[in-house]
Design a protein around this ligand. Structure first.
Ligand code: NAD
Length: 264
């Protein structure tokens, strides 16, 4: 199987670290012209360099923009008016009890995790339809299906992405533009490592071991019984963005290590 994305412009949101950076490297490896994004020029420059280091002759550039606002989305759109592939990877997460989660926090999760994807999809999809080819992807989470009791605000935002993905796939029916959601399980990104750092320190164990502890205690239905790597999740993203995945649309594709206990 060969994935060739030469001539394709791919935007990956929130891609200065973690799953997004992993996906940027793999898409660049497949020949795509990759645009990375984060909030600061410094982090974006570092990410561009990281992609260049990982992939010889990578065609990569970056846009610093806070995509949690309409202005930030417009900044990206002005810099890159059209794209063939849009990976809505940006997402924030953290545990917080429902009764301690105020309106501002709910609004922040909705703005970052959902509205960034709504705004960018609304802008980039029409030109994809005109070209009769495009890929729109939402990086959701197994938490969209298994809403964690201690992350309800997060889970709800990810369930919203599944609705957006399925609905937009139908709206773009027959156009050649596919729309899908990828559902990672616990994944050892930089964000997750920060989340695990306290447990690692308190228990005198490595981050990887803290990851296994987290999975066994909090996601005991995991079949792989460990965190996934960023590369394992990025591979699903890259395949779904490829020309090979042309009959996959309106789907919720799990890379959750078997955490969600469904056959389908
Ligand atoms: P991460 O925290 O490691 O990286 C997040 C990236 O987003 C960084 O590049 C950061 O600079 C950028 N970012 C944050 N706020 C931004 C903003 N307002 N505008 C632009 N960029 C911004 O993330 P990750 O763990 O790789 O997660 C990526 C996606 O995968 C998220 O949507 C997350 O919800 C989802 N996910 C992650 C896991 C996991 O265990 N890591 C599990 C399931 C789903």
């Amino acid at each position: 199987m060969k994935i060739d994305l030469h001539e394709k412009v791919a935007i990956i949101t929130g891609s200065t670290e973690g799953i997004g950076l992993g996906a940027a490297k793999q898409l660049a490896q497949c020949g795509a012209k990759v645009i990375v994004n984060g909030r600061t020029e410094q982090k974006v420059t570092q990410a561009v360099d990281a992609v260049k280091q990982a992939v010889a002759n990578a065609d990569v550039s970056g846009v610093a923009a806070d995509l949690s606002t309409a202005e930030g989305c417009n900044k990206l759109i002005e810099a890159v008016p059209a794209a063939d592939i849009l990976v809505n990877n940006l997402g924030i997460y953290g545990t917080q009890d429902f009764f301690d989660t105020d309106d501002d926090t709910w609004q922040q999760y909705y703005d970052v995790n959902v509205m960034s994807a709504v705004r960018l999809s609304r802008h980039y999809a029409p030109a994809m339809v005109e070209n009769s080819w495009g890929r729109i992807l939402y990086v959701a989470s197994e938490s969209a299906l298994n809403i964690p009791g201690d992350m309800i605000h997060y889970g709800v935002s990810k369930t919203a992405l599944l609705g957006l993905s399925r609905g937009l796939a139908k709206r773009l029916a027959g156009s050649g533009v596919t729309v899908n959601a990828v559902l990672p399980g616990p994944t050892l990104s930089e964000g997750a490592q920060a989340f695990l750092a306290q447990s690692a320190e308190e228990n005198g164990i490595s981050i990887e071991e803290a990851g296994v502890k987290f999975v066994m205690e909090n996601r005991p239905s995991s079949v792989i019984q460990r965190m996934a790597t960023v590369e394992e999740v990025a591979s699903m993203i890259t395949y779904t963005c490829s020309t090979l995945a042309s009959a996959t649309t309106g789907s919720a594709l799990r890379v959750d290590g078997g955490v969600v206990d469904f056959i389908m």
